[in-house]
Design a protein. Structure first.
Length: 109
């Protein structure tokens, strides 16, 4: 599936939804290693962007997004509308990231 065919909106200009396929999701659960947590702790002393955690979050969101697109493709969709992210702490230092939306089949209007 083309990532350009995923939107937080509920449609694409110039296209119409011809079939709703249902909710699709991608989920990943991540934690930072002890060394990564140590590096993050050192970065917090100096303030600013904590790059080791930014990298972890970007990787987790990217993986959840890819899994969501794969789920949509498996059920025959060619686009996803109403896409959102959600994140929850499963336990201290362990976070779940969920990407979800409505899988659809669209065609040019």
């Amino acid at each position: 599936m083309n990532p350009a065919m995923v939107t937080t909106a509920f449609g694409f200009d110039g296209y119409r939804v011809v079939k709703y396929m249902g909710v699709v999701r991608g989920i990943t659960v991540r934690s930072r290693s002890v060394i990564g947590n140590l590096a993050g702790s050192v970065q917090t002393i100096f303030g600013g962007n904590i790059s080791v955690y930014t990298e972890l979050c970007e990787h987790a969101r990217g993986e959840a997004f890819e899994l969501m697109m794969a789920h949509a493709q498996q059920i025959g969709a060619n686009a996803i509308i109403g896409m959102h992210y959600d994140a929850n702490e499963v336990m201290e230092g362990v976070t779940e990231v969920l990407a979800y939306g409505t899988a659809v089949v669209i065609e040019k209007a």
